[in-house]
Design a protein around this ligand. Structure first.
Ligand code: XMP
Length: 517
């Protein structure tokens, strides 16, 4: 649903940077959608009616026989196109230019020389640009009616354009932070070439969403899984605005929450939703089903399935419930779509998307499925949700289950809860909590020898994780100073029996992910 605002359609060929393209466009307050190349049909194009298209990069080579192809309907709808890397090579091949396999790959920072005045480079006051390249093939002969607008220092064609058809192709990646003026290039495409006029405003989003929810739900009952996290809280407040007394919020204590979380969250929501807030204590069934399960994807699937079962049985008790509201966000949707039919590009199945059983009896409502995390916080603010709730660090649906690599038991959960609580309280006490996007403790399946007092210990090792990020798609590890690390470590070891070693995780995303599982 795009509520009659201009949409950019990003056609994804499996690039690791596709989400970044979407981010850059959202930062310009322009609505965009990402769809994998093999899902592009005439009907979808009609439904989205995009103002412009962006064709992403991808890991394959257009010279391979089975490489992903360009749908001809993409060219025939006559909309401005920005084609990046693999996208550029696809366009070239389709329009009878020539693509070659290079002897030398261009990877990383490369200087390009702008050869001609172009709308795509408007406002860039230099003809030498440092850009990010990541390709093996290159353009050997440009298609008819195209001109070359820039060349790389290795004499490789870096950009071409057909201004009449409004097709702009870039061999480099304007969406990555390492490309100088990358944002300007995307801005030029959106506003000077595609001439997008309507901006995607959050208050309009709320107004339209409430209208849409009222229309769909009418006087039907809906239940909503409330975890106390930002996504589910904003989802519940938004649905509540549309249907009020027909919303029933269910908080499932799966036994994998942070210390005291169940009570704190219950208190806040009882106040807001009154009798329509229902707390279910279900830790026994979750822990029983997770017993001896080590595989992270299996854990997620079990938790997702059990969640839905618990919801469904509660829904039956409320009677006549037809809908289930969930706080799925756009990155969850994109990250759960497998490419090339195989599991390789699928990173994690986030449980609220990937783990849904096929025969779900409730219809799903996901009002935030088009938004990124930072946008959800803005929606929350506009819905007057208290800052205390909105500024909470994200917490994954499967909870501590994915912060205990390997098998899970009650003892491990309780050790982890204690350590995590000390870490988070330290951050709050030192006013660091709000400058860190997410922080937590991971309990490793490793015991090591230590000495405390005069006694030998043989206890668990934990790793601290603290990252900065905008939306969780990329992240940098947070740099504590020595004194801070020393203090956290000693507070944990001195206060949590069962832990005798503390590590710090110095991994950014990519190459790591934020969670360990
Ligand atoms: P990763 O580990 O994928 O995490 O870099 C990105 C963000 O997503 C959260 N996360 C999850 N959230 N179900 C959720 O609801 C999940 O299975 C899940 N796995 C990761 C993670 O905490 C971080 O904020």
């Amino acid at each position: 649903m795009k509520n009659n605002i201009s949409a950019i359609l990003i056609i994804d060929y499996g690039s690791q940077y596709t989400q970044l393209i979407a981010r850059r466009i959202r930062e310009l307050e322009v609505f965009c959608l990402v769809h994998p190349y093999h899902k592009i049909t005439d009907n979808l194009l009609k439904e989205i009616n995009p103002e412009a298209l962006i064709i992403s990069g991808g890991p394959k080579s257009v010279l391979d026989r089975n490489s992903p192809k360009l749908n001809n309907n993409i060219l025939s709808i006559n909309k401005p196109i920005l084609a990046i890397c693999y996208g550029m090579q696809l366009i070239t091949k389709n329009l009878k230019g020539k693509v070659n396999r290079s002897n030398k790959k261009e990877y990383g920072h490369t200087i390009i020389r702008i050869k001609k005045k172009s709308k795509i480079f408007k406002g860039i006051n230099t003809n030498k640009l440092r850009v990010w390249m990541s390709h093996g093939d290159n353009i050997n002969k440009i298609p008819k009616d195209f001109v070359t607008s820039s060349i790389s220092q290795n004499n490789i064609i870096a950009s071409i354009e057909d201004i009449k058809k409004q097709i702009y192709c870039l061999q480099f990646h304007p969406e990555v932070y390492h490309t100088d003026n990358g944002n300007k290039i995307i801005h030029n495409f959106i506003f000077n070439i595609a001439n997008i006029k309507t901006k995607f405003k959050i208050n309009k989003f709320i107004e339209n969403k409430v209208k849409e929810l009222k229309h769909i739900l009418k006087d039907k009952k809906i239940i909503c899984g409330l975890s106390g996290g930002v996504d589910s809280t904003v989802t519940a407040y938004l649905i509540n605005k549309a249907v009020n007394k027909n919303l029933f919020c269910i908080f499932v204590d799966h036994g994998l929450l942070r210390k005291n979380e169940a009570n704190e969250v219950s208190k806040i929501f009882k106040k807001k939703f009154g009798k329509n807030f229902i707390k279910i204590e279900a830790s026994d069934i979750f822990l029983k089903r997770l017993k001896n399960i080590s595989d992270p994807e299996k854990k997620r699937k079990i938790i997702g399935k059990t969640f839905i079962e618990v919801f469904e049985s509660e829904a039956k008790r409320i009677s006549n419930v037809q809908y289930l509201g969930q706080g799925t966000l756009y990155p969850d949707i994109i990250e759960s779509i497998p490419f090339f039919g195989g599991p390789t590009a699928k990173i994690k199945s986030h449980h609220n998307v990937g783990g849904l059983p096929k025969k779900m009896k409730l219809k799903l409502i996901e009002p935030l499925r088009e938004l990124f995390k930072d946008e959800v916080r803005i929606v929350g603010k506009q819905l007057n949700i208290q800052n205390k709730l909105l500024s909470r660090h994200p917490f994954p649906g499967p909870g501590l289950a994915i912060r205990i690599p390997g098998s899970i038991d009650k003892e491990k959960i309780s050790i982890l809860q204690e350590a995590d609580s000390i870490f988070i309280n330290f951050l709050k006490e030192k006013n660091l909590y709000d400058s860190i996007w997410q922080a937590f403790v991971v309990l490793l399946p490793i015991k090591s020898v230590g000495v405390m007092g005069d006694k030998r210990t043989y206890n668990y090792t934990i790793s601290l994780r603290a990252i900065t990020s905008v939306d969780g798609m990329t992240a940098d590890f947070y740099m504590f100073n020595n004194d801070q690390l020393k203090e956290i470590s000693s507070r944990i070891i001195n206060n949590v029996p069962g832990i005798n070693r503390v590590l710090y995780d110095f991994t950014s995303k990519p190459p790591g992910t934020i969670e360990w599982e």
